[in-house]
Structures are given as C-alpha cells and as structure tokens.
Design a protein around this ligand. Structure first.
Ligand code: ZN
Ligand code: ZN
Length: 255
C-alpha cells in the first residue's frame, strides 16, 4: 500500500524524542510521504529541519495559521512572503479562518487569508485551508477567487454535505482524518455520498487521533484507520482507497 499523509505536524516537540521511530512505523503501514503544514515563525526552524532530515519524504508548506494571527501579524506575513521568494514550498498552508477559540482578530484573519491566497496565485501553489466554526465564511472567501485556478485542500473537512459539494465545485479536495472515526461527527454520512476522487487523507498528527487511540498522541501510521473506515463506508477494498487518494494527493502538490 502506498499512502500519503497530506497534513501532519511531525516537526512539533511532541515528536522530538522519537521522530525516527514515528517515520519508520508510518513506512511500515505504507505511508511514504508527509506534507508538513506551517503554523507561524516560532516553528519554522523545526519545520525546515525535519524536511532537510528526510528529503523526498517530508515536504514543508509555508503560511500563517489563523490561530496565530495576533498583534504581530504583519511581521509574520512578511516572513511568510520572504520565505516564498527564497525557495519552493509544497503549498501555502495552513491558512484560513478559525472563530472557535477567539474572534478578537477576525478582521485580521480575513486580511491574512486573502493576502496568502493572492500569494498562492502569484507563486502558483495550492492552498491548505484550516477552517473551524467558519466553514461558510471560508467557502465565501474562496468563491471570490472562482475562475482563477486556485486549488487546494479543505483540511480536516467537517462540514455538511452541501459544504462538501460547494468545496468540490470550487476545485478543492476534502482532507479526511481521525474525525471520520468519531461516532457523533456526522462526517461518515457525508463521506458516503462523496466520490473518492475528491478526497485526500491526513492525520493532523499529533492532533485528532482516530479511534481506537483517541485521546493519545496521533501519528502518521494511524492513517490506516482512516483508510479502513473509508473502505468500510464505501464497501470497497483498502487498496482502492489508497490508490485513488494517493493519486489525488499527487495531483494537489507540486513536489
Ligand atoms: Zn488545522
Ligand atoms: Zn494542522
């Protein structure tokens, strides 16, 4: 089986003690590539160091996470832009809107979102979107760029069937991970109706650990539980799930 974890924060401190074993275990479950979303400048050094340690396996994105949009957001954006000019990244992400924790900087979140979408168009990169308590608002932003060939992933997609269809209509993939295994998420019912050609797989490790490990640290080898769940929901083989979602991931990222 050949799998790609399209969204995993393996560079965070949670993995500092055993990253080699984590990558090894993922490899044993068929996970060959790891796409690493950026958060903010405090993590850039760790992010790039992991990519350097695993060339051809780990790929860095660049961007400012909506939860990191604070009073210093202009400096943070400047840093993102200077990195984008310096070298190639797999995508701009994770970017978007998050009104779950804090709405203090919602205006600035919109500003950062638009700015980074424009850079994605300028540098011809896909975007990896983080959206929490802001699905419709995020879709509305993306709609403003319809016809501009903007592409990417709604990471950790957890909206309604209509949200899913709208995202697909806009040329986006749905990033599906551990939430699919949570009984009350309602996501399984949505995914049943969605063609596999619109789905990519992700763990969002160390967060959103799938059942049966919910509550513990997540890691990329657990991608297999997502594959199994999708296969079960769609009544197809795990090989089919792997083949199609891996192709989708390859279609998304430039490296
Ligand atoms: Zn996220
Ligand atoms: Zn993430």
């Amino acid at each position: 089986m050949n799998l790609i974890d399209t969204h995993t924060h393996l560079y965070l401190n949670d993995f500092a003690g055993d990253i080699d074993a984590v990558i090894q275990r993922a490899g044993e479950e068929g996970v060959q590539k790891f796409y690493l979303p950026a958060i903010d400048s405090t993590e850039t050094e760790n992010l790039l160091a992991l990519e350097k340690k695993y060339p051809g396996k780990c790929f860095a994105m660049m961007g400012l996470h909506p939860c990191s949009v604070k009073e210093n957001y202009k400096e943070e954006l400047d840093l993102v832009y200077s990195w984008l000019q310096k070298r190639k990244f797999a995508a701009i992400g994770e970017i978007g809107l998050d009104f779950y924790w804090d709405k203090t900087y919602s205006t600035q979140q919109y500003e950062c979102f638009h700015q980074q979408i424009n850079w994605a168009l300028q540098f011809d990169l896909p975007v990896v979107l983080h959206t929490r308590d802001a699905m419709q608002q995020s879709l509305d932003v993306i709609k403003e760029y319809a016809g501009k060939n903007l592409k990417g992933i709604f990471h950790c997609f957890s909206g309604t069937l209509q949200n899913a269809l709208d995202a697909i209509d806009l040329g986006f993939y749905l990033g599906i991970g551990g939430v699919l295994t949570y009984k009350n998420s309602g996501l399984a019912e949505v995914i049943k109706e969605i063609d596999l050609k619109n789905i990519v797989l992700e763990t969002d490790a160390p967060y959103l650990t799938p059942i049966p490990f919910r509550g513990k640290r997540n890691e990329s080898s657990y991608l297999k539980y997502i594959v199994q769940k999708i296969a079960e929901l769609k009544n197809i083989t795990t090989e089919e799930v792997a083949e199609i979602t891996t192709q989708n991931a390859k279609n998304t990222f430039v490296v």
